[in-house]
Ligand binder design. Structure first.
Ligand code: ADP
Ligand code: MG
Length: 682
């Protein structure tokens, strides 16, 4: 029978109320918290340097017998303690200032280990001294601070490295054996995993490199397995619910497809059949549609919406910004115009009257498709029969929002779309509860956008080029990082830019302005003018970042491009290259950091969103890249979402095997308990 782990860290030797308070600052409350509080780094103090060979510079470890303990009192309150040790090759002093009580710790003839850096001054005087060395008696049981690979923990004020190390060590000794080993025996056997106590110890106090690697891989696997179980449980939960079984609407879809000016690409056809298949099953669809900017996701969403509407359901299409919602609204109203469906826009910017009108219509089932922003899932909105929810640009929505919208109906189908290409293993982790469809091909006839990076001096040339293109009938975007001039930020604002362009170089052309502070009406009017070709140059902030679709616009100038992230630059670039004209993206930038220079280089080197995402991941790391929390994924302590691809695949495979077993929760109660705990945490 396992002993219970005591709850509070106070039970650990060396931890009283005071240290319990300090540990709490590190979010360590229970013994288990402490055992799972892993080092941020390690220091190899397992090699002893013969004293004869030590030199200033690197931190080093020596061992030797105490020859002499000498205390020197300089004046009141100032004392120096010198402890001389020898290892037979030479002698060395450990030196402590104003800590006279330490002298009682050293006894002549006893062996000690010292760790630290040789004092340069002493070296110049042909002496070997280490100031304030970390020290331990050699034969007093196991060494913790020296003579081994030593853990280095993230600290907070009030606790030293040495103290925390000692506390963790005590906890390991007394309690690691009481930890629940949640991995099923068959998995441990199959992969030769260490047991839990040895693994935890291997992360804090590894015997050697191999011990650390084995310990880490077991704990990373366990972490990933739990994560996979969590997402698969969500997925399985949904798959056991009864969803809407759409029927093939036949003619309506065919006519619609025939009315398009183009044919679907093979990739579009493939994902459409995956989606259609889901729509026509009675399990609720939970699908992620991934495709680079401009790959034609919107048309696929439209097909799915037509199918649900033709079945008598309402469809909802949610976009991350009002501008994008309006774009979709215009586009879909046009596309669906002849089919007799009623489309409405619901965004925060509507006035109260308009909004109440739309809400009334929704409830009374007088509308078929509602396009909008977050406003779509406010409390007071009641859908009539919600058949399909489409969420565009998923990376801006959290899991929780996703669920909230879904709960507006009775298990409506869900289609989430994202232009952020994600490596498969990442998708498995972040969107593990969704099925994945990928459009891996752009519509034909698109020539890649030519991307260049220019500095301030090149501006006149850039403008001459833009002028020529406008005279040929094209349109251009100029994107600025700010709306209004700012004293703190040295960047160009859209207002200044508009003045500058309109007042001089482009005074014969029509210049429009678009930014987030305009009212919905104003934004809509500007976008309409731009779409109709009445505006030649649209000066804008990043509000045009997603989804805006004006095929005749073939140039985008991005000002202060060094200020934007890679994903954002790629999204912005996606505004052009949407029609049959050769398109250009001109990055105007004076980068000051290596990282921003790196980003600009990646942009000019490739137009492939997938590659850009990978580079972005490399530059930023997954935490920042995705903000994992908002995906409803707990923070990982051991596993690395980028590097542990093999373990991710393995854990997925095993989690699938487990979760589809009958009664897995009874068979593996410890796993179930952990998964439930996780579920509460995210
Ligand atoms: P995404 O939403 O994936 O960024 P869109 O759906 O906005 O891309 O499509 C980009 C442009 O390509 C639109 O103008 C759309 O009409 C057009 N398009 C979509 N599919 C095709 C196709 N198969 N052939 C030609 N043009 C297409
Ligand atoms: Mg889009």
């Amino acid at each position: 029978m396992m002993k219970e782990l005591p709850k509070s860290v106070q039970f650990i030797k060396g931890v009283g109320p005071r240290y319990a308070g300090i540990l709490a600052k590190l979010n360590i409350e229970t013994v288990e918290d402490l055992l799972y509080y892993f080092p941020r780094d390690y220091q190899d103090r397992s090699h002893f340097t013969p004293i004869k060979y030590i030199r200033p510079g690197e931190e080093l470890t020596v061992r030797g017998e105490v020859l002499k303990v000498a205390e020197q009192r300089l004046r009141r309150g100032l004392s120096i303690l010198r402890v001389t040790i020898t290892d037979g090759t030479d002698v060395l002093n450990g030196v402590w200032f104003n800590q006279p009580y330490l002298k009682n710790k050293f006894k002549k003839g006893q062996a000690y280990i010292f760790n630290g850096k040789l004092n340069e001054k002493s070296w110049q005087f042909k002496k070997k001294e280490i100031n304030n060395p970390v020290f331990e008696e050699l034969d007093a049981g196991e060494n913790i601070h020296t003579g081994r690979v030593v853990p280095i923990y993230p600290l907070t004020s009030g606790i030293t490295q040495k103290r925390l190390r000692q506390i963790v060590y005590n906890a390991l000794n007394d309690y690691a054996c009481h930890l629940d080993d949640i991995l099923p025996g068959f998995l441990k056997e199959k992969y030769g995993f260490l047991d839990i106590a040895e693994s935890i110890r291997g992360l804090h106090f590894p015997d050697d490199r191999n011990h650390y690697i084995k310990a880490r891989s077991r704990l990373a696997f366990e972490e990933l397995l739990l994560l996979q179980l969590l997402v698969l449980k969500r997925k399985r939960g949904i798959s056991q619910e009864r969803g809407i079984k759409h029927r093939d609407p036949g003619r309506v879809l065919e006519d619609f497809l025939n009315s398009l000016a183009f044919e679907l690409t093979p990739a579009q056809k493939r994902v459409w059949s995956e989606i259609k298949n889901d729509l026509e099953r009675d399990i609720p669809m939970q699908r992620l549609l991934q495709g680079d900017v401009g790959s034609g996701k919107t048309i696929i969403a439209t097909l799915a919406l037509i199918e649900t509407m033709a079945n008598g359901f309402q469809g909802v299409f949610m976009a991350p910004t009002e501008i994008l919602a309006e774009q979709h609204y215009l586009k879909l109203s046009e596309l669906l115009g002849n089919l007799g469906f009623k489309v409405r826009l619901l965004v925060g910017g509507l006035n109260q009257g308009e909004r109440q009108e739309v809400e009334k219509e929704i409830k009374a089932n007088e509308v078929d498709l509602i396009i909008g922003t977050h406003a779509l899932f406010q409390e007071k909105i009641t859908y009539h029969r919600l058949g399909l929810v489409v969420i565009d640009e998923q990376h801006r929505f959290g899991v929780e929002q996703r669920f909230r919208l879904k709960n507006k109906g009775e298990n409506p189908d869900l289609l989430v779309m994202t232009a952020t290409p994600i490596p498969r293993t990442l998708a498995l982790t972040l969107y593990g509860d969704l099925d994945l469809s990928i459009i891996d091909q752009l519509p034909p006839g698109r020539s890649p956008v030519i991307t260049t990076w220019r500095n301030e001096e090149a501006r006149p040339g850039v403008y001459r080029f833009v002028k020529d293109k406008i005279k040929e009938g094209r349109q251009a975007y100029v994107v600025c990082p700010l709306i209004e001039p700012s004293d703190e930020l040295k960047a160009i604002s859209a207002l200044e830019m508009q003045d500058r362009l309109a007042g001089d170089i482009f005074k014969d052309f029509k210049i429009g302005l678009l930014h987030g502070k305009l009212t919905s009406e104003e934004k809509k009017a500007v976008m309409e003018e731009f779409r109709d070709g009445k505006i030649d140059i649209l000066v804008s902030t990043t509000v045009v970042e997603v989804g805006v679709d004006v095929p005749n616009a073939s140039i985008i100038i991005i000002e202060n491009a060094e200020r934007f992230g890679l994903a954002q630059l790629h999204q912005l670039r996606g505004r052009v290259g949407r029609g049959r004209h050769q398109s250009y993206c001109i990055l105007i930038a004076n980068p000051t950091t290596e990282e921003s220079r790196q980003r600009l280089k990646v942009m000019t080197a490739t137009g492939d969103g997938f590659q850009i995402a990978e580079e972005d991941l490399k530059i930023r790391g997954p935490g920042e890249f995705f903000g994992t929390r908002q995906h409803g994924i707990p923070d990982l302590k051991v596993a690395n979402i980028l590097k542990d691809q093999k373990l991710i695949n393995l854990s997925r495979k095993e989690a699938e095997a487990i979760i589809y077993e009958e009664n897995w929760e009874e068979k593996y109660p410890l796993l179930k308990k952990k998964v439930d705990e996780l579920e509460l945490k995210v």
